[in-house]
Design a protein around this ligand. Structure first.
Ligand code: AMP
Length: 166
């Protein structure tokens, strides 16, 4: 099963992707996690910008070719823009949209307190998400593989809804 999870930062996407990956016995691939480990792109992340599309696409492509991904994967964070879709689009069986209203994700992100979670950066990343990533939903809707799950409520309830949707 090849699955993409889409949702704004603070929607619980990473947590849900992790739980689902464990349940299905396939790896969770998070571009955010990959980039946070890469000294070269630290400055890009620190100002709330996106990493270069070509570099990102190449990293994901290579990672998905590794043997642990051959039975499927949960992708969290790629593709994030239509440009990335045009450079490299993994084939997905399902795209899960984790829907949480903007007001709620801002509240959650403020509580999370990660180093890159200042009010300014939170809003900058969310603006980017609504402008560049949200349009991907139409793309996957037209392919007939999009499912929407509400990200409100407790972690296990959301995970149960996700399992039901796939
Ligand atoms: P995330 O943990 O998904 O919120 O990602 C953290 C940061 O990593 C983002 O703010 C971007 O700077 C970078 N990043 C993650 N995924 C991508 C991507 N697909 N394209 C470009 N930059 C990305």
């Amino acid at each position: 099963m090849k699955i993409l999870l889409i949702g704004p930062q603070g929607s619980g996407k990473s947590t849900q992707a992790g739980l689902l990956a464990e349940y299905l016995g396939i790896p969770k691939i998070s571009t955010g996690d990959i980039f946070r480990e890469m000294p070269r792109v630290k400055e890009v992340l620190a100002v709330g910008k996106l990493v270069d599309d070509e570099i990102t696409a190449e990293i994901v492509k290579k990672r998905l070719q590794e043997s642990d991904c051959q039975n499927g994967f949960i992708l969290d964070g790629y593709p994030r823009t239509i440009e990335q879709v045009n450079i490299f689009e993994p084939s997905f069986d399902k795209v899960i949209y984790l829907n949480v209203p903007r007001g709620e994700v801002v509240k959650r992100l403020m509580q999370r307190g990660r180093a890159d979670d200042t009010v300014e950066l939170i809003n900058k990343r969310l603006d980017l998400y609504y402008r560049q990533t949200q349009p991907l939903l139409d793309h996957y809707k037209s392919q007939g593989i999009l499912v929407e799950v509400s990200g409100l409520g407790d972690i296990q309830k959301v995970q149960d809804e996700i399992k039901k949707s796939i």
